[in-house]
Ligand binder design. Structure first.
Ligand code: NAD
Length: 453
């Protein structure tokens, strides 16, 4: 069979590329060996957020700050929660499958291998196309430490599939997955310890975020260790012993299970020909999403250059198809918001102060805490802040970082500002509704405006 475009992988990157290709009248075929929707829908973002929602409700009822009292104990019904998670995923997946059908996209559920520059082979059949786009995603990375393959050492795939019950859990890696799952398991009653190798939790974000989150976690009973290097994991009776080095001293911690949350490994085992250039295990791509093999494109987690996020993959997909069709790029990949679903949420976009300095841009920042926001206070009132960074000379918004209720939605206003090069003054000219979570941006913008005066 001859196609204009063959796509390998049916996650957010792959299915977005398929819709985009069909909309551009390309004859397209999508290969997916598992379920449509990829990691995000089946084993990632969507199941996690379902659990985060229940964990937040449970914490709120237990803390008893909302004028609600229970007559008996509030417990998690794991089977009911698993059923809810599976139902949400099923509804979303069936919706996606219907959309693929409606767009007349040929979906083949099989493992596809690239067997020629223009050829893909699956189940013994050959398919050819002018272009091939790889959107094969990633899997949890296994750490090269002794004991990493023990049965009590699990990954987010295991947690999100089975929702196992643990009284204690050690999490290796205080990045996005580690921090989100720590909050879920703490709320479900486990004793959680995070071991993070870098200086703060969420080390890729403004360091104030990691420090604030560590304080909040401490308050909730989650133990966090930074600059902690895990040396080995051993199985002892019905538990694990984790040996790690912290400040030059060897320490140990024991737990029922260990979650590996130290990054994700690109899936690149799709080549039966010599693979194109790779760097740090990810496919190297140029500005047009082409690998070193010019008809073979790569997007999403398996490719380098952009963060491993579902919405980066979707934006890369739209631009890659535009590139194939010789059209200008519709998406601005220089400004990708990111969100962490802790409680409260964390989000960032654009440059922080360090990033601005590294780019040689003179910048100022303004910060406001969110306790004065009535909706935040009603919702939980944890310590929170919004920090806005603006260019000193022009007042243009360069970026924002926040840790507050609804941060993952609030960040969108700043993503628009960074993309459209709006100034703090222009943003303040827009009326923010009251009482809303969104108006928490106003005092932060006023703070940055003051610094610009
Ligand atoms: P990550 O890169 O966010 O965090 C991994 C952390 O592990 C890092 O902080 C790193 O310093 C630490 N680490 C690495 N090796 C270590 C070791 N030996 N000992 C202790 N710490 C170690 O990776 P992740 O949390 O596994 O997430 C994987 C990817 O999925 C990321 O790109 C993330 O952005 C994405 N993701 C995004 C979301 C979201 O957008 N909300 C949710 C989940 C995952």
């Amino acid at each position: 069979m001859q196609y204009d475009l063959i796509i390998i992988g049916g996650g957010p990157g792959g299915y977005t590329a398929a819709f985009e290709a069909a909309a551009n009248a390309l004859k397209v075929c999508l290969f997916e060996e598992r379920e449509a929707g990829g990691t995000c829908l089946n084993r990632g973002c969507i199941p996690t957020k379902t659990l985060v929602h229940s964990a937040d409700l449970l914490r709120a009822v237990r803390e008893g700050k909302d004028g609600l009292r229970t007559e008996g104990a509030v417990v998690i019904d794991r089977e009911a929660l698993k059923a809810k998670k599976e139902e949400i995923v099923r509804i979303q997946r069936e919706g996606l499958e219907k959309q693929l059908k409606a767009a007349k996209i040929e979906v083949i559920h099989a493992h596809a291998s690239i067997t020629g520059e223009h050829t893909v082979t699956a189940q013994g059949n050959e398919y050819t196309a002018d272009s091939i786009l790889i959107a094969s995603g990633s899997v949890p990375a296994r750490l090269p430490i002794p004991g990493a393959d023990l049965s009590r050492v699990i990954t987010s795939d295991d947690i999100l599939r089975d929702l196992p019950q643990y009284d204690s859990l050690v999490i290796i890696g205080g990045g996005v997955i580690g921090c989100e799952i720590a909050g879920i398991y703490e709320s479900f009653g486990a004793k959680v310890t995070i071991l993070e190798a870098m200086d703060t939790l969420l080390p890729t974000m403004d360091s104030e975020v990691g420090r604030s989150l560590a304080l909040l976690m401490k308050k909730r009973g989650i133990e966090t260790h930074v600059r902690a290097f895990v040396r080995q994991i051993e199985e002892i009776d019905a538990a694990c012993r984790i040996t790690y080095e912290e400040k030059g001293a060897e320490k140990t911690v024991e737990a029922e299970a260990v979650l590996l949350a130290a990054g994700r490994k690109a899936v690149t085992d799709v080549f039966e020909i010599d693979p194109p250039l790779m760097e740090k295990g990810r496919l190297v791509i140029d500005d047009h999403f082409r690998t070193s093999c010019p008809h073979i494109y790569a997007i999403g987690d398996c490719a380098g250059k952009y963060p491993q996020l579902a919405h980066s993959a979707m934006a890369m997909a739209v631009n890659a198809v535009a590139s194939i069709c010789g059209k200008p790029f519709p998406r601005d990949l220089s400004c990708i918001p990111s969100g962490v679903y802790t409680s409260p949420e964390i989000a960032s976009v654009g440059l922080d102060e360090k990033g601005a300095a590294a780019a040689g841009i003179a910048a100022v920042s303004g910060k406001a805490n969110t306790l004065s926001n009535a909706r935040s206070l009603i919702q939980g009132g944890e310590r929170g802040f919004i920090k806005v960074v603006a260019e000193k000379q022009t007042g243009r918004i360069l970026g924002a970082v926040m840790m507050c209720e609804r941060a993952t939605d609030l960040i969108q206003e700043f993503a628009l500002a960074v993309h459209a090069k709006l100034t703090a003054e222009q943003m303040l000219a827009v009326i923010h509704g009251h009482p809303t979570f969104a108006e928490a941006a106003v005092p932060a913008l006023e703070a940055v405006l003051k610094k610009l005066a």
